[in-house]
Design a protein around this ligand. Structure first.
Ligand SMILES: NC(=O)c1ccc[n+]([C@@H]2O[C@H](COP(=O)([O-])OP(=O)(O)OC[C@H]3O[C@@H](n4cnc5c(N)ncnc54)[C@H](OP(=O)(O)O)[C@@H]3O)[C@@H](O)[C@H]2O)c1
Length: 335
């Protein structure tokens, strides 16, 4: 029986201090039966939903992790042994068995990635679920129209940096973001083409939005929830739309605003739609065509913060929850 090193959940964490709740251990790899392939993972994605899945109750849209069991999540790697015609040795494949160095993947649950369309790391960021979430949130959910004013929270993160850039490339009139700290704000303005970025740790977001979007926000793409969501609701246009992608502020703070603030939705006749990216699979081919074109033309900045080695995977997740990472958070598992 072959084994691999994996990240295991040692105990359920409190708040955003997650690294100490994880440990490394050996897990068994199944035998290769028809339809399976052994993949040497190169990179894995670090996602806020991983934190939700460490809790016992269903908070996210997938399964919860068991104490003593391995974590999982998106990863990309190279097929080194195969019992599947669809996953030949040498192919680069994306699958759901990250948080381990090697994985035995089912060909029905893995996709071969064409590295002529995008570099390997982009298949987990702009060309992966991250970019696809931004795309779904803007187009079918947000119904973005040309010339509109868009506000994106968590703009310095993976989904947010894509949402703001995609909005610009899709013809938004004004793209405003919010992020924590001057470094992220400067990067978003100078490299990602945001028109204005609010440092939510230093500024009064509600007041600043009123100054930079005096006519109101048409489309609010929310990754964060909490106080920033309230700030945006007070600055929506009449009949504005909210694309509710996530609420990462839930993990860190006990101090959530009152639901009474939702009266703004009534007063401004706002439409709020939550969404889960996997409901939009039919859009994936058009999404990949568009994004690979933007990458090739140099119109899209796809930046990652990369942690080296499986032993630093917990630090990567903690960095994501603390706001230390710029762009997409990835862990390099092998060369
Ligand atoms: N609906 C879906 O299908 C779907 C799919 C994927 C992801 N998501 C959601 O999309 C959101 C973004 O995910 P991601 O992978 O791109 O993560 P990410 O934005 O790269 O990382 C999270 C970021 O949130 C910010 N943050 C953390 N705590 C905060 C707080 N209390 N207040 C304000 N900002 C805070 C941090 O940046 P700062 O430095 O700016 O604080 C951090 O970098 C998450 O809510 C996630 O759950 C939804």
């Amino acid at each position: 029986m072959k084994q691999t090193t994996a990240v295991l959940l040692a105990r359920r964490p409190e708040g955003v201090s997650v690294a100490s709740a994880l440990t490394l251990g050996a897990i068994d790899l199944p035998e290769l039966t028809p339809g399976l392939a052994l993949v040497r993972n190169q990179y894995m994605s670090v996602d806020p939903s991983t934190r939700g899945r460490m809790d016992p109750g269903e908070k996210q849209y997938t399964t919860n992790f068991e104490i003593g069991g391995p974590l999982d999540g998106s990863a990309i790697g190279v097929v080194v042994e195969s019992a599947s015609d669809l996953l030949p040795v040498g192919a680069t494949v994306r699958h759901r068995l990250g948080w381990r160095e090697y994985a035995v993947v089912d060909d029905k649950l893995a996709t071969v990635c064409d590295l002529t369309k995008a570099p390997v790391m982009s298949w987990l960021s702009s060309m992966g679920q991250t970019g696809f979430t931004a795309y779904a949130g803007l187009i079918p959910v947000g119904r973005l129209a040309e010339g509109e004013t868009v506000f994106v929270t968590g703009a310095g993160g993976a989904v947010g940096s894509m949402a703001g850039q995609f909005a610009r490339l899709l013809g938004a009139g004004r793209v405003i973001g919010s992020a924590g700290g001057e470094q992220k704000c400067t990067w978003l303005r100078e490299e990602c083409g945001f028109d204005h970025v609010i440092d939510y740790r230093a500024a009064d977001v509600r007041a600043e939005l009123g100054e930079v979007a005096p006519d109101g926000i048409d489309l609010f793409f929310d990754n964060v929830g909490g106080e920033q969501m309230v700030a945006a609701l007070h600055n929506m246009k009449i009949h504005g739309r909210v694309s509710m992608c996530g609420a990462v502020s839930n993990f860190g703070s006990q101090d959530q605003p009152s639901l009474a603030e939702l009266i703004e939705v009534v007063l401004r006749r706002v439409t709020i739609q939550g969404f889960i990216v996997r409901d939009f699979e039919d859009l994936r081919p058009e999404f990949e065509d568009r994004v690979s074109g933007w990458l090739a033309s140099g119109d899209l900045v796809d930046r990652a913060t990369v942690f080296d080695g499986i032993e630093n995977a917990g630090a990567g997740l903690e960095g994501l929850l603390n706001g230390a990472n710029l762009g997409k958070a990835l862990v390099r598992l092998s060369d």
